[in-house]
Design a binder for this molecule. Structure first.
Ligand code: SAH
Ligand code: DHB
Ligand code: MG
Length: 227
């Protein structure tokens, strides 16, 4: 099979699974359409991955969720729909334009009282969030922003966690790029530093799995805070 055939097969299977188990409703597909129309890159999680985030948040009984990297709010909507009554999602986004699109999408989904978009580089907004009385601990973190800062984001997540919190990191395999040791790609460097940090951190119990599908070949990391 050629690489193109392979990719087409992954895509077809993703459509099969997603159409059956995790179809976008009106608000989710509107979030993607409006993101596209506004010129945002098409890099939101796939529908079946959004559903995975939703299931994990539900299993976790999450009431407070922190997302780093909002884009147009597609993953935010999946997460916000899983929080328990009175729960909150805070999502951090660097781009004012992305944040504006996301706010409209969250509003259209009827979730503006659940999900709040905060604009700025996450490494600037995280300390502000941490200083707010009662903001932490979060029950679940979804880290999906600039990969070079993944080690810092995992450190922040630990700081803002409680024993039992779940940390999820997107895009940790990158077409196998994670094996590159030459340090030329800052995203790969950040991801590898993050893996080293997690492997050496006794307060984190983690695994990572490779994924294929409409988003190509990539992977997800899951880590539970154990104390
Ligand atoms: N979680 C989204 C996709 C996020 S794409 C979804 O699945 O629907 C990554 C996002 O991270 C982009 O919108 C990008 O602008 C944002 N980003 C990049 N660098 C950032 C930073 N330093 N702080 C916060 N957000 C950042
Ligand atoms: C990119 C970022 C993502 O978060 C993702 O899921 C896929 C691609 C990117 O920056 O190319
Ligand atoms: Mg991603």
């Amino acid at each position: 099979m050629t690489d193109t055939d392979q990719r087409e097969l992954w895509t077809a299977v993703d459509h099969y699974l997603t159409d059956l188990l995790a179809p976008d409703d009106e608000a989710l597909s509107a979030a993607l359409t409006s993101s596209d129309e506004a010129g945002l890159p098409a890099i939101a999680v796939a529908g079946n991955q959004g559903k995975l985030l939703h299931l994990l948040a539900t299993l976790q009984g999450a009431r407070r969720i922190l997302e780093i990297g909002t884009l147009g709010g597609y993953s935010t909507i999946w997460l916000a729909r899983a929080v328990q009554d009175g729960g909150r999602v805070i999502t951090l986004e660097y781009s004012e334009k992305h944040a504006e699109v996301a706010r409209a999408n969250i509003d259209r989904a009827g979730l503006s009282s659940v999900a709040e978009v905060r604009v700025g580089a996450a490494l600037d907004t995280l300390p502000l969030l941490a200083a707010e009385p009662g903001a932490a601990p979060f029950d679940l973190f979804f880290i999906d922003a600039d990969k070079v800062n993944n080690p810092r984001y995992v450190e922040w997540a630990l700081k803002l966690s409680r024993p039992g919190s779940l940390i999820i990191v997107d895009n940790v395999v990158r077409n196998g790029g994670v094996l590159q040791t030459d340090g030329t790609d800052p995203s790969i460097r950040g991801t590898r530093e993050m893996f080293d940090l997690i492997a050496a951190e006794p307060r984190l119990d983690a695994t990572a799995v490779q994924t294929v599908g409409v988003k190509g070949y990539d992977g997800l990391l899951l880590a539970r805070v154990v104390g």
